[in-house]
Design a protein around this ligand. Structure first.
Ligand SMILES: NC(=O)c1ccc[n+]([C@@H]2O[C@H](COP(=O)([O-])OP(=O)(O)OC[C@H]3O[C@@H](n4cnc5c(N)ncnc54)[C@H](O)[C@@H]3O)[C@@H](O)[C@H]2O)c1
Ligand SMILES: O=P([O-])([O-])O[C@@H]1[C@@H](O)[C@H](O)[C@@H](O)[C@H](O)[C@@H]1O
Length: 545
């Protein structure tokens, strides 16, 4: 509708720099930045070509930890949307939705209309994105409970909704999985009745067979695998064991005790050319695993979904420090009563989460040498307590203290009831949708002959993941980590070698929407709105020839 400020259908860019064919979108994009040497700043421009496949593949989603709170909530939520199941609560009739998903519930500014007013569009009208309703979902769990009873066990969704979905879900039985007790809390053993037997090599082959059979039986073009199983302890990085791809494969052949279940799943995914996303904070992607992903050019993403308390922290710390208020103390406490909280009540698994939740302020502090000396950072404390009574309804309490003008202090305290799985499920969806998009994109410099795929460790996902940036004094296992790969859409962002890890939420979000604009040849969001600041611009504004 003209002048509505919203585009409700697929965007079509008219430009000599954007070519639409039946199968792909070609976009010639001028990538501008500045190069710094000393105090000399030189603007740079690289002409790139993006090629995006338009056809949406038939995609499967395999969840490790399928029977957990996140896995069952995501599966039930997609089914409710697919079947358009409505349900009653004391507030009245509820309809299924995808709130919390940026791919399904967020718009982005595309440009301005004839009145110089902003116009917005849903992300899936900018470039073709998977429809979650079309995902074929299955998975593994060490618990044999069917998805209907697992949904009941999770106690996340309203009863009237559970009641209507139960008959479909109870037919879904998780495949047996890799259970090695020492990698997660001992208190998880009481649910481990669905476990593979044999050596690590035999279990690897079983996982690969599961993937192959599922792909063939559902006639899938692609499969994305997400670890939403319990948080593991950190794996030690051991030269000759998991420091290179060949050593990692050999260690599996030798049934090494140093290879975690999550790394075994990652290796199986990579060898079956399936994107693998680690939704938990442990260092699944040991250097050998990352090298394997590069060798086979399979996308990997990790670590640790960024769902509630940490997401707020990444916004607040950015707001405070980038307002010139010197953040000096951050205390993040939360208690929760779900099985995740039960697993995190063990010191080693908690340590994985503590590091992941602690790293989110590192980059915003490091970026400000005016207020913080090179070795200076705010006090930062993370506390998680297991309180069964609150279930999945995590209670987060945070306090931020900043130094302000002339010796003043500012204290922000907040209470945040995060329904952990209702916040995490749409984030898993976004990770899958964006990761699948990345597999359809190729890029080259205009002057190069050949297109290449995106780097296997994609930092595009930064908005949805926590940051495991290892704070000083963290386990040496991280310190030895030769290259930080932080896909920063999780708490623990992984970026390609030598890339900076961005935790600040808004730069991360605009990394996504500016990337979408680049795929269709549109300039990045610059927020300048000069048409409203430079009157002469309103006279001579012309479409970019
Ligand atoms: N808001 C959130 O819920 C949130 C945010 C960030 C990260 N996470 C992480 O996501 C993961 C899942 O969270 P959840 O609330 O669903 O936990 P959950 O305990 O309810 O589910 C985990 C499931 O994994 C299964 N499992 C454990 N080890 C397994 C293995 N080796 N193979 C297959 N299945 C295995 C368990 O039986 C359980 O069903 C946790 O690691 C959690 O830290 C959750
Ligand atoms: O809300 P958030 O900070 O993104 O992260 C959450 C933690 O607060 C919670 O303690 C933990 O159990 C969840 O797995 C998740 O990691």
């Amino acid at each position: 509708m003209a002048g509505s400020g919203f585009i409700g259908e697929e965007i079509r860019v008219e430009s000599p720099d954007v070519i639409y064919t039946d199968t792909e979108i070609l976009s010639y994009y001028n990538y501008h930045d500045s190069h710094i040497r000393g105090n000399v700043v030189t603007p740079t421009m690289e002409r790139l070509v993006f090629k995006t496949q338009r056809q949406l593949p038939k995609t499967g989603l395999l969840l490790v930890g399928w029977g957990g709170n996140n896995g069952t909530t995501l599966t039930a939520g997609i089914l409710a949307n697919k079947l358009n199941v409505t349900w009653n609560t004391k507030e009245g009739l509820n309809h299924p939705n995808y709130l919390g998903s940026i791919c399904k519930s967020v718009t982005m500014r595309v440009g301005i209309d004839d009145r110089f007013m902003p116009v917005y569009a849903p992300l899936n009208n900018v470039v073709p994105l998977l429809n979650p309703n079309d995902l074929e979902i299955w998975g593994w769990d060490i618990s044999s409970v069917n998805m209907g009873d697992a949904m009941r066990r999770a106690k996340v969704l309203d009863w009237d909704l559970q009641r209507q979905l139960y008959s479909n879900l109870k037919e879904m039985l998780p495949w047996p999985s890799v259970y090695i007790p020492e990698w997660i809390a001992a208190n998880q053993s009481d649910r481990a009745d669905n476990c593979l037997k044999g050596t690590k090599k035999e279990m690897l082959n079983a996982l690969r067979q599961n993937i192959k059979d599922y792909k063939n039986s559902r006639r899938l073009d692609k499969v994305v695998i997400v670890w939403t199983a319990n948080t593991e302890k950190f794996a030690l990085i051991k030269p000759g064991v998991n420091d290179t791809a060949d050593n990692l494969l050999r260690a599996i052949e030798n049934n090494s005790p140093d290879i975690s279940p999550s790394t075994l799943f990652a290796v199986a995914s990579i060898l079956e050319s399936c994107t693998y996303i680690n939704g938990s904070p442990q260092n699944t992607f040991v250097p050998g695993c990352i090298e394997l992903s590069e060798r086979y050019h399979v996308l990997i993403a990790g670590d640790d979904f960024k769902s509630g308390q940490t997401k707020i922290k990444s916004v607040l710390s950015d707001f405070l420090i980038n307002s010139g208020l010197k953040l000096q103390s951050v205390v993040s406490y939360n208690h929760l009563g779900n099985n995740d909280g039960k697993n995190l009540s063990a010191p080693e698994t908690f340590r994985s989460k503590e590091i992941s939740k602690s790293g989110v302020i590192d980059d915003v502090v490091r970026a400000n040498r005016l207020m913080y000396k090179s070795n200076e950072s705010p006090d930062h404390c993370v506390v998680i307590k297991y309180v069964p009574y609150v279930g999945d309804s995590k209670r987060a309490m945070d306090e931020y203290i900043s130094e302000i003008f002339m010796g003043g202090r500012n204290t922000i305290s907040m209470h945040n009831t995060c329904e952990d799985s209702l916040l995490a499920a749409p984030i898993i969806l976004d990770l899958v949708i964006l990761a699948e998009l990345c597999t359809r994109i190729q890029v080259k410099r205009d002057k190069d002959e050949e297109f290449t795929k995106m780097h296997p460790v994609m930092s595009l996902l930064s908005f949805l993941l926590k940051s495991p940036q290892v704070p000083p004094g963290s386990p040496v296992v991280h310190m030895l980590f030769p290259q930080r790969y932080a896909i920063t859409l999780l708490k623990s962002p992984q970026v390609p070698p030598g890339s900076p890890v961005v935790h600040m939420l808004f730069p991360q979000r605009y990394a996504i929407t500016n990337f979408f604009k680049a795929l269709i040849g549109l300039p990045p969001e610059n927020f300048m709105m000069l048409e409203h600041k430079v009157p002469s611009l309103r006279m001579c504004k012309t479409v970019n020839a």
